[in-house]
Design a protein around this ligand. Structure first.
Ligand code: CTP
Ligand code: CA
Length: 232
């Protein structure tokens, strides 16, 4: 049975998982956010811990209980997540970026609550957030001494899902990209997921619709196979 082979196979490994969705402040009471529940990231953290890994979970705005035996760091914004990821990644064997990171943030969040007046509101000017995953991969390419051995991204795509996923994998420079098809009652807030895990080596592993824990175990199987220097 697969489970027996997996038990303890990540012992002695340090892994970092991001989960949830960042919130980018508009003013003290409002933000730009997204619908990520954090369920897939929490499932990844819990399964890695069950397989013996030392897990740091960087959670953005989730309403889920801390998985047992996992170190949880809570963040709000993309910039906070970036800080936390780079700090944790310096000691990690693998990083899995399951969080939905906001692509943009308000350029100048208001320090006081924006009040309604008779006039129409001012537009909110946005600036780009740093791409944490791409930056992590770029640092590794440049020979960063402590760079993680395996870096995994997530993507939700529509239209030509696999072609978009392949292009994104190349653009980011990660080892694996978990590509979800959005729609069909799957994805945000649901316990199930279906995905194709693309590898930089050209591989594609189809994961049929099932619990997010099942997809998580497949991801860790693929990560484990790519970890350099097994400690056996
Ligand atoms: N990601 C990240 N930092 C960002 C945006 C995304 O680290 N600022 C990570 C996500 O955590 C995910 C992967 O990159 O693992 C892909 O995210 P996605 O939003 O699909 O990619 P983008 O490059 O932002 O492309 P798109 O225009 O399709 O949103
Ligand atoms: Ca994006």
């Amino acid at each position: 049975r697969l489970l027996a082979a997996r038990r303890g196979d990540l012992a002695g490994r340090r892994v970092v998982v991001t989960a949830g969705g960042t919130r980018e402040p508009i003013d003290p009471v409002r933000f730009i956010g997204n619908r990520s529940s954090g369920l897939q990231g929490y499932a990844l953290a819990a399964t890695a811990a069950a397989r013996g890994a030392e897990v740091t979970l960087i959670a953005a705005n989730t309403a889920l209980a801390d998985p047992a035996g996992v170190k949880v760091i809570r963040v709000e914004t993309a910039l906070e997540m970036r800080e936390a990821v780079f700090e944790a990644a310096a000691h990690a064997d693998a990083v899995v970026m399951a969080a939905a990171v906001a692509d943009f943030r308000p350029a100048a969040p208001s320090e006081s609550k924006i009040k309604k007046t008779d006039a129409e509101p001012e537009p909110i000017r946005l600036v780009k957030n740093p791409d944490i995953l791409a930056e992590l991969c770029a640092r590794r390419r440049e020979g960063g001494a402590d760079a993680p051995g395996v870096i995994v991204g997530f993507a939700a795509e529509t239209d030509d899902v696999l072609a978009n996923g392949r292009a994104k994998l190349r653009r980011k420079g990660c080892d694996l990209l978990v590509v979800n098809q959005v729609g069909a009652g799957l994805g945000f807030g649901t316990p199930d997921n279906a995905a194709t895990v693309l590898g930089a080596d050209g591989s594609a592993v189809e994961v049929p619709r099932g619990p997010k824990e099942a997809l998580a175990d497949v991801v860790w199987d693929l990560v484990a196979a790519r970890l350099p220097g097994r400690t056996a």
